[in-house]
Design a protein around this ligand. Structure first.
Ligand SMILES: Nc1ncnc2c1ncn2[C@@H]1O[C@H](COP(=O)(O)OP(=O)(O)O)[C@@H](O)[C@H]1O
Ligand SMILES: [Mg+2]
Length: 410
């Protein structure tokens, strides 16, 4: 009968392994730590040791080393139980002379498969080989490995098999996550979309009431209606913004050379058209080009420039700048203004939907714009961040994951 010694400090885990191995017809004994394990090995003949790595007192590696260094047990195969969280686990296992790994949490059939493989290989192998140490450097540390070729191969194949399995599991959960995300996206899109119709009815009838029946209402009634109209408008804006946020995540990203400077100028002209009474000094690098999706980059500029426009409202001499600098071989675009600015310690928040650092009384808005901008920038493989101080303007920087020099020069 094949006799296996399990060295494991956790009684529950030991029991679990015992159940699996006993059910498969092995005779199993448990030792609660390395010392007890060595003691048992000195008293009886075993065919295999399965040991945990992290145990109080002697580690699994040390136990393995001791087994391999003892004449009577040097050919006894050792399987280590590991979580394989660290690349060093494998090397340390090799160095200690372990014959194989079982990664935790394991499935019963994998455990048995590996135990069987080790036992068959052991039987096939010729014994009494001379072991020569091989020195290797891994992650900057030196290790001496004395395991024989087959042993190393077994161990590496086992590890590889585990990695492939983990990778497969990871891929399938990624697919599930993408599907769930997609569903959520579609859901929020259709909810926002379907909210529009009833909202339009509320807005339309309130406006009609205000227009046709105003004289039948007293001041208070008219005031209520005014508020209903304003709230409907705000909600309409919110829905539009949410729809846009959902929309930028959909569709393919089509990269091409975008005349970013010209796009910014057009956007600025539109803002000026909305309120010609404002004095704003524009400084736009009109020849600026970028490599990105034109539809999406337009949304980026519209949002950043309308923010700059909005938050410079109280400046007598407002200044808004659009340009780019080169940093570490990468283009970094910026939109800068000398407006209200904000507290930098809160800068992380502004890219999350609905997060606003100013009240609606000070500056109107929904707080969705920068979330949309960030999503677009991330879809390009770029990054966005802000620099600001209260009362002293803000600068928004972003990159677009461009290849060096693609479409940069005018
Ligand atoms: N140019 C800017 N200057 C000062 N604060 C800004 C600027 N751009 C954005 N912010 C801050 O970030 C918040 C979020 O911006 P955004 O998502 O565009 O929402 P909204 O413009 O609807 O308020 C704003 O409410 C404001 O507090
Ligand atoms: Mg905005």
């Amino acid at each position: 009968m094949t006799r296996i010694l399990v060295v494991e400090d956790s009684p529950t885990q030991a029991q679990e392994i015992c159940l699996v191995l006993t059910a498969a017809g092995f005779e199993v004994e448990v030792a609660g730590d390395g010392e007890a394990g060595l003691q048992r090995l000195a008293e009886r003949r075993f065919d295999l040791v399965v040991s945990d790595i992290l145990m109080p007192g002697m580690s699994g590696y040390d136990l393995c080393r001791r087994i391999k260094a003892t004449r009577a047990t040097k050919d006894l195969p050792v399987i280590l139980l590991t979580t394989l969280n660290d690349a060093l686990d494998i090397i340390q296992g090799l160095e200690s002379g372990a014959d194989n790994f079982i990664t935790k949490p394991y499935q019963a059939n994998h455990l048995l498969e590996r135990v069987q493989t080790i036992l068959t290989h052991r039987a096939l192998r010729s014994e009494g080989k001379l072991r020569v140490g091989v020195e290797i450097i891994f992650l900057g540390r030196k290790f001496t490995i004395t395991s024989d070729k087959e042993q190393i191969l077994d161990l590496l194949l086992a590890t590889f098999e585990d990695m492939v399995r983990t990778n497969r599991e990871l891929q399938s959960s990624q697919r599930a996550l993408a599907a769930a995300n997609n569903e959520l996206e579609t859901f929020s899109y259709s909810v926002s979309h379907d909210l529009r119709a009833p909202l339009r009815a509320i807005g339309g009838f309130s406006a009609a009431l205000l227009e046709e029946q105003a004289e039948r209402l007293d001041q208070r009634g008219r005031d209520y209606l005014d508020r209903i109209c304003a709230a409907t408008q705000r909600m309409g804006q919110l829905i539009d913004d949410l729809l846009e946020l959902a929309r930028v995540a959909r569709g393919d990203l089509v990269r091409t050379t975008v005349r970013l400077g010209a796009m910014a100028s057009a956007c600025a002209a539109e803002l000026v058209g909305r309120d010609a009474s404002r004095q704003v000094e524009w400084n736009i690098a009109t020849e600026l080009r970028a490599d990105g999706d034109p539809r999406l980059l337009k949304i980026v500029l519209e949002n950043l420039l309308s923010n700059a426009w909005k938050f410079t409202r109280h400046r007598e001499r407002a200044r808004i700048e659009v340009g780019a600098i080169r940093r570490d071989g990468e283009r970094v675009y910026y939109v800068r203004d000398n407006g209200a600015g904000f507290d930098m310690s809160l800068a992380d928040r502004i890219f999350a939907p609905f997060q606003r650092l100013h009240t609606s009384q000070e500056f109107e808005g929904t707080g969705v714009g920068l979330a949309t901008v960030q999503r677009i920038v991330h879809r390009h493989g770029g990054d966005i961040w802000a620099e600001a101080s209260v009362g002293d303007g803000a600068t928004f920087w972003f990159t677009l994951g461009e290849q060096e020099n693609v479409g940069w020069e005018a």
